[in-house]
Design a protein around this ligand. Structure first.
Ligand code: FAD
Length: 462
């Protein structure tokens, strides 16, 4: 596809739209906006970074880009790990950092109206005083626009759902500059096609969101965290299946291999037994309700071969545990200085979770690669963080083959090639296999909304 480049005249027009102080074609801005947390790099770096602060400005930028067929990549915090915001064909990066206002919190309706550049952590800080929170929680310092675009989820998705379940209304600027509003504040609706859900997970390929109305949840009155250890990751995975099969609803259920627990001990001084481990959290309306859940869960863990089970952790211990879990990626990187990370992210039906975990371990051995399988177990989500040298052709090829094998098995098990990180660049090649003929329908939707193909080109579609 032939794209236009920004001429001096285009740059002057962009400057007139956003103001000289909100446009940069300097090396540091370009470098920053050329990367996310993955190892993918652009074939042609972006030519200019602009920082608009209204839907009208985004609209004017897109009108200009559409007329000249210049690629436009929206950028949030840049924490993606599949190359999602890495601009592949040069053009304009629309950095959403000035969309940083929490416009309104309506506690009585359980909603917040936010701009796309607000970080979900800041939103949650503001919501605490109302006894509310926005549950999707990817751990990294993501912004809400990026979370909506990737349909992010996190440790508490097992109970509360993913970002998709919390977006009620969106303001979207389309490729031709038209500004539309989708959805309503109603808790349910049968009013036509659900455009809001179409835009969630579209990775900046269908439009740029400037504002969102988000559903909120009440902070739990009571919670309890628990840690169980097992002799193998497979036994821990079996316990996950049993807990879910018997209808318990943990707020978080994470599986970690022994070597990763050792890293978390080293970095966060947790003092945990260095064995395959389940981190769990339960939310309830009362202490009694919590105990009624925790007792049987402990028995299920024991039946699955638990070596230890510790519950009733206090708030400080619980927070420390989750902070350490959020740092798992950094702990792994610290253990392998100079190596490049590559993250596999698949999900399978919960009954196949033990098999998927076992297979991931086998694959790591078969390809002789360094990899740590863990993940949001209750969602059937398996991550493997591989560590290797992206410059070492043979070694890196093995990492890719191991990832390919894991994705292929997940698809055979009727799962998905990307549970929460999006397609970006890394998962494009699996889209045909996962979606078959419906990928052609996705292409038609893309062509309808973005006929010139200017929005984040080269993503999602193989
Ligand atoms: C250590 C670590 C742990 C992580 N853990 C998780 C996890 O548990 N769960 C999870 O889901 N993810 C996880 N991630 C991935 C990442 O944090 C999420 O995908 C997050 O949602 C990305 O948000 P962002 O603001 O960084 O968006 P970016 O990376 O900047 O952009 C993401 C995509 O959204 C598009 N985009 C950005 N803003 C807009 C907008 N306003 N309108 C339209 N499109 C837009 C971009 O073009 C891009 O395609 C993790 C990442 C790291 C580094």
């Amino acid at each position: 596809m032939q794209y236009g480049r920004c001429t001096d005249r285009d740059l002057r027009e962009l400057e007139a739209i956003v103001g000289a102080e909100n446009l940069s074609s300097g090396e540091s801005a370009i470098n920053l906006c050329s990367r996310d947390e993955s190892y993918y790099t652009p074939e042609a770096p972006p030519e200019v970074v602009v920082m608009p602060d209204s839907a009208a400005e985004v609209s004017a930028i897109l009108k200009l880009a559409n007329a000249q067929r210049i690629p436009v990549t929206a950028r949030g915090a840049g924490t993606s790990i599949e190359g999602n915001p890495v601009p592949l064909y040069g053009g304009i990066v629309v950095d959403m950092q000035r969309f940083d206002e929490i416009i309104e919190i309506r506690p009585a309706d359980f909603v917040a109206i936010v701009e796309a550049g607000v970080s979900y952590k800041d939103l949650n800080k503001s919501l605490g005083q109302y006894g509310l929170f926005f549950p999707p929680d990817p751990g990294a310092a993501a912004w809400l626009g990026g979370m909506i675009a990737n349909n992010a989820s996190g440790v508490r998705t097992i109970r509360y759902g993913a970002t998709r379940d919390y977006v009620l209304r969106l303001t979207v600027v389309l490729a031709n500059g038209e500004i539309i509003e989708t959805g309503s504040l109603a808790a349910k609706s049968s009013s036509g096609y659900d455009l809001t859900r179409l835009f969630v997970g579209s990775e900046g390929t269908l439009g740029i969101f400037t504002q969102a109305t988000l559903r909120l949840a009440g902070l739990p009155a009571h919670f309890s965290a628990a840690v169980a250890t097992f002799s193998s990751v497979e036994a821990a995975a079996q316990a996950v299946f049993e807990i879910m099969r018997w209808g318990f609803s943990p707020a978080a259920l994470e599986v970690l291999p022994a070597d990763l627990v050792a890293m978390l001990n080293r970095d966060s001084d947790l003092g945990l037994r260095e064995e395959p481990t389940l981190f769990m959290e339960f939310h309830g309306a009362s202490e009694v309700a919590l105990q009624e859940e925790l007792g049987p869960v402990e028995r299920l863990c024991q039946d699955a071969g638990a070596i230890s089970f510790q519950s009733g952790l206090g708030i400080d211990e619980r927070n420390k545990l989750w902070e350490a879990r959020y740092q798992a990626f950094e702990s792994i990187k610290r253990t392998h200085p100079g190596s490049d990370p590559f993250v596999a992210d698949v999900a399978v039906p919960i009954s196949s979770y033990p098999e998927m975990i076992e297979y991931a371990e086998e694959v790591i051995g078969d390809y002789g690669v360094i990899g740590y399988p863990f993940g949001h177990a209750g969602d059937g989500n398996v991550h493997v963080v591989f560590m290797g040298d992206a410059q070492d052709e043979k070694g890196w090829e093995n990492v890719q083959k191991a990832n390919q094998a894991i994705v292929t098995r997940a698809l055979q098990l009727e799962g998905t090639c990307t549970a929460e990180h999006g397609v970006g660049i890394g998962k494009r090649r699996f889209m045909e296999e996962e979606h078959g003929r419906s990928l052609a329908v996705m292409r038609q939707i893309k062509a309808l909304l973005d006929p010139q193909g200017i929005l984040n080109p080269g993503k999602i579609f193989p």
